[in-house]
Write a protein that binds this ligand. Structure first.
Ligand code: EPU
Length: 441
């Protein structure tokens, strides 16, 4: 297997894209299903390799999990017994540390390796471990084995206030607080819509979780029982990739189903470029090229800001603009792996310094005065892209390289197709349906 996309670019892409279920909801609901006292049926689960890795991981814990049709996964956790999570498979997916919740709930103690995922920064879990301790769980890390050992100690305390936002950290603390007698309050909790979907899924099964802005209150319940199958909403990261493709290729793409408010920050910025955005209905949005694309700066942020996962796609769009655009990354400290690859296609991009008054408050990662960071780039638009050989380093960078190759005149070879397939379902077929010229070898 070559693990390569061969792309002949330069054509406007046109048509409709039926979006897949969200990776970052699918993974979390599969893990949350292990807390239930009933079988769980999840619909619209994308067939992507991160999901396959996770299914493999939970099967090794004794859980029964099978696709009963193309995108419906059934999970029965009644035989869950093993409390040590497989190192190899856990190291491939970031969400694996959420397994603390079901294993502590069902077995009382567990061994979980340091989580994996895309190498887009150091990605420590200090805030999360502190939060677990505040909830009455003892956690120790063994640097010889790379495993955390966690044990339920006194049972949940009153709550935790996150020093800085963490998306998966908020999800783990919710899952750890679902059962019990008291009320747990999480403060300064993250607000990503994927978290609210997890809450919706749990509440449908009897949980009592309420959000008031950045506060989440969880009243303990005795058990979770699924009353009807749960259908995962569309992936807003996949949505953005195809939206950017529609505009940047001088084409016209309708994405659906998607609630426009979930991608509001992207819609606003795209309108500022002078490109066409039409909300066709509550569930479909059209993105199309109108005339010259104006350069527009973005600064990434937590929800409801411009999402970090979208900026690699934005960079490609800005290579097609008429001037200079700046991207300032605030959430992760290593999310520009695509820059040197885009340069191979003729893109003019340079790293720039942006002075920030109080960096440890401004950035969402743990900023250190002793380290040098490269958090901003300037893209000089107006240089046509040509074909080249590219290498994917992480998932969202991978989407941007495929996007760039589809816009570039000539043939490109994009190495690392399997990294993109960690999070994008049927990507080749979706591009072919829009008239793109792509094959995987
Ligand atoms: N952080 C810490 N300590 C912690 C937790 C987070 O320093 O204890 C730092 C992170 O290293 C990062 C920042 O805080 O610099 C924000 O991290 P957060 O915990 O919010 O991100 P995450 O949960 O690791 C999830 C998604 C990412 C997405 C971000 C932002 C999953 C599995 N991952 O990451 O998705 O970019 O939230 O919404 O849900 C992707 O799908 O490709 C992806 C990377």
């Amino acid at each position: 297997m070559e693990d390569v996309f061969i792309i002949r670019g330069g054509k406007p892409l046109k048509g409709e894209v039926l979006l897949s279920g969200a990776k970052n909801v699918a993974l979390k609901t599969i893990i949350a299903a292990l807390l239930f006292d009933s079988k769980v049926v999840l619909k619209n689960i994308p067939r992507i390799s991160d999901v396959f890795e996770l299914v493999h991981l939970i099967k090794k814990l004794g859980v029964w999990a099978e696709f009963i049709d193309q995108n419906t996964l059934e999970i029965d956790n009644s035989a869950l017994q093993n409390n040590k999570v497989d190192l190899l498979h856990a190291s491939k997916i970031r969400a694996s540390f959420l397994l603390f919740a079901p294993l502590l709930h069902r077995v009382g103690e567990c061994f979980i390796p340091n989580p994996g995922g895309c190498r887009i920064g150091e990605r420590p879990i200090n805030r999360i471990i502190d939060g677990m301790k505040e909830l009455g769980i003892s956690v120790e890390y063994d640097s010889n084995t790379g495993y955390y050992f966690a044990k339920m100690k006194d049972g949940p305390k009153r709550g935790y206030s996150f020093p800085k936002s963490t998306h998966t950290g908020t999800e783990l603390l919710i899952l750890l607080s679902v059962f019990g007698r008291g009320k747990i309050l999480l403060e300064n909790a993250a607000q990503e819509p994927e978290i609210d979907e997890l809450i919706e899924f749990l509440n449908q099964a009897g949980a009592r979780i309420e959000r008031h802005g950045r506060k989440i209150a969880i009243s303990g319940v005795k058990k979770l029982v699924q009353v009807k199958p749960y259908k995962i909403h569309s992936d807003r990261n996949e949505a953005i990739t195809f939206a950017a493709l529609g505009v940047a290729s001088k084409g016209d793409v309708v994405i659906k189903p998607i609630a426009p408010e979930l991608i509001n920050a992207f819609i606003t910025k795209t309108k500022e470029t002078g490109s066409g955005v039409e909300i066709i209905s509550r569930g479909a949005v059209r993105f199309f090229y109108k005339s010259k694309i104006k350069p527009v700066d973005v600064e990434t942020s937590i929800h409801p800001g411009f999402m970090t996962d979208w900026q690699p796609n934005w960079a490609v769009l800005m290579t097609q603009s008429t001037g200079d655009a700046l991207i300032h990354e605030k959430v992760f400290e290593n999310r520009f792996s695509y820059v040197k690859e885009l340069r191979k296609l003729g893109a003019k991009i340079k790293f720039v310094n942006r002075e920030v008054e109080n960096p440890s408050e401004f950035y969402f990662f743990n900023h250190s005065e002793r380290k040098r960071y490269q958090q901003a780039i300037k893209i000089h638009g107006g240089y046509p892209l040509h074909g080249g050989a590219l290498r994917i380093a992480d998932l969202r960078a991978g989407a941007s390289l495929v996007l760039a190759a589809l816009i570039a005149k000539g043939v490109s070879v994009v190495i690392g197709a399997s990294i993109l397939e960690r999070g994008y379902e049927e990507v080749v077929n979706k591009i072919l349906r829009l008239g793109g010229d792509i094959k995987k070898i």
